[in-house]
Ligand binder design. Structure first.
Ligand code: BTN
Length: 279
């Protein structure tokens, strides 16, 4: 898909013109600046007046949130910062799975436009190119009461993708570990083009999940995972350090590790303080 530069601004009209989805992004809220698109999406969901698949996207976030209470920083106008709202989660879908759908849709969206970049997914949900983090996913659920009085679990999928930053745009603490697509391609990249590809991939994967085709997601995830077979050093939330080899990703989202002692152990991202990967 080629998008003329003058039409590539991230505004509702352009997004709707290019997006070929059945529900994701049909409602679209484009903001210049916000604290966090996830916060905005959660407020919308609580208000009960939001439709399934609504996209909240902002040119800048003042307090973007990452996983485990970390900040997600991004230079103004150079990244994709957005959240998709799923008002009602089908029983086939649980949060770790939705997170994998987010990471896979980013990897496949990049691959579609720049196959030479060969993005991979580092468990649980970082998208890396050449060992550098280019995107992160923050999925959150919200249990809420619908106007009918029926209780319901919805979820939001927040995604940050580094698109046109230069190395100097990253704060010193992540300058060595983060990168943008621009840093590999060496020319300005249309944020709209990547957004459209990611959302279209997301919808396909979401439908597959709804239809119970978890296996399809699983196969894709394992094929593109940079984690399996790697050595890991894990600091658990109760401050223990364990080392071993990552041998599988379980259907509940857990990482299965063969510890150096020979014992196998499952880890959930919530139980882990820090994880280091060795090739
Ligand atoms: C991580 O890797 O720690 C997850 C980062 C998620 C960042 C995105 S940017 C859009 C959305 N709004 C937020 O505040 N966070 C997510």
């Amino acid at each position: 898909m080629e998008i003329a530069r003058k039409n590539s601004e991230l505004v509702t009209e352009n997004i709707k013109q290019h997006l070929q989805t059945q529900f994701i992004g049909h409602e679209c809220i484009c903001l210049k600046e916000i604290d966090s698109t996830n916060n905005y999406a959660l407020k919308l969901m609580r208000s009960n007046i939001v439709s399934n698949g609504t996209l909240v996207i902002s040119n800048h976030q003042t307090t973007g949130r990452g996983r485990r209470g970390k900040k997600w920083f991004s230079a103004k106008g150079k990244a994709l910062l957005f959240t998709v709202i799923f008002t009602e989660l089908n029983q086939n879908i649980h949060l770790p799975m939705l997170t994998f759908v987010g990471a896979l849709s980013v990897a496949e969206g990049i691959l579609q436009n720049y196959p030479q970049l060969k993005p991979v997914i580092r468990w649980p949900n970082d998208v890396l190119i050449n060992g550098k983090k280019v995107a992160g996913i923050l999925a959150e659920t919200l249990f809420h009461q619908k106007t009918s009085g029926k209780a319901n679990t919805g979820a939001i999928l927040g995604i940050g993708i580094n698109i046109n930053q230069t190395q100097r745009d990253f704060p010193p603490e992540i300058a060595d570990t983060a990168a943008s697509l621009f840093m590999f391609i060496r020319r300005r990249i249309s944020r709209l083009k990547i957004l459209v590809s990611v959302l279209e991939q997301m919808e396909k994967l979401y439908f597959a999940l709804e239809e119970g085709q978890e296996k399809k997601i699983w196969t894709k995830l394992k094929r593109i995972s940079s984690t399996l077979g790697k050595g890991v050093k894990i600091k658990t939330s109760d401050d223990k350090i364990v080392t071993g080899t990552a041998i599988d990703i379980e259907t509940d989202g857990a990482l299965l590790v063969r510890l150096d002692s020979g014992k196998q152990m499952k880890f959930y991202s919530g139980d882990i303080e820090e994880v280091q990967w060795n090739d």
